[in-house]
Unconditional design. Sequence first.
Length: 102
Amino acid sequence: MTNEEFAKRLSNLRIQKGVSARDMSLSIGQNPGYINSIESGKALPSMTVFFYICEYLNISPRDFFDTEIQNPEKKDLFITYINKLNRKQTEHLIEVVKDIIN
């Protein structure tokens, strides 16, 4: 993932969460312009702050980098529900999801 892709992913996930860059910056213990500096490509977070960002967004670092996941925050909730289904229900759900996607 390039710096530009990182910035775009962060911006998209922040917007999905419905929070401003300023509020997110302050919530993770940074100066008010911190997230904006990352999203504009002027900076990258340290590894420690990256983990704070993921925690704030309620996603795993792996999900942050998996750009095929459109709503990583909802993925874990969805998996929790799937794990409660029996085999037949799971197969039915797969067919429903396929139908929605196509």
